[in-house]
Design a protein around this ligand. Sequence first.
Ligand code: PEP
Length: 261
Amino acid sequence: MSEARRPLISGNWKMNHNHFEAIQTIQKLAYALNAEDYDHVDVSVHPPYTDLRSVQTVIQADDIPVALGAQNCHWEASGAFTGEVSTSMLAKLDVTYVIVGHSERRELFGETDSEVNRKANAVLAAGMTPIVCMGETLEERQAGAAESKVAGQVQGSLAGIAPEVVAELVLAYEPIWAIGTGETATPADAQQMCGHIRSLVADGWGAAAADGVRIQYGGSVKPGNAPELMGQPDIDGALVGGAALVADDFARIVNFRLYQA
Ligand code: PEP
């Protein structure tokens, strides 16, 4: 892994934890990690919107070196969009990373690549970093269409973004069949697709963008499989769902280096 690409371990709490539980979880995580555990890794947590202010307050009051993240946003700055949250609202809460195009948003709420692209641009315009998600279904993988599906998502979601900006982005390869199922892509399969994504970035945005962009793997990452997954040359971190809800498990994933062979 290039030294320039610091791994980013992100915990996506999805629709779990009310704001009291969120406060407990971030406090437990802070307790489970030592200052030096952050030396070679960036860490973010992505609570539900209703928890953001509470988690922000704990992070700042206790000086915890964990970045605050959101799970979604709207691309418009303001207006009549009932139920939506703008990027400026997130930036005001000191949010650093915003997940866009998570497969649950794409599959359950019909988000398209062009909407993901608008969201990514809105996140960037507000001074934050998007974590742009992509991945194939089991049917697409079995039909040999995984690479073409992911290629379309890379091209559509990042369309029009300048190469020097792409270099600073975070992409997350999350095979849909591995999310929340206990099924993990093998380290070799995950590496193969993350390498494919990096070559797509090289083709579309140039070598410097491909070298800089961080590519996370997501899909049933656990303390036991994180060390080998994170050891792959094109995997620069993890987007973690279920295991991120348990502070001790997430802390062990953050500390994957200690468990590598
Ligand atoms: C996710 O939420 O992005 C995810 C990968 O979930 P899990 O780790 O539970 O599979």
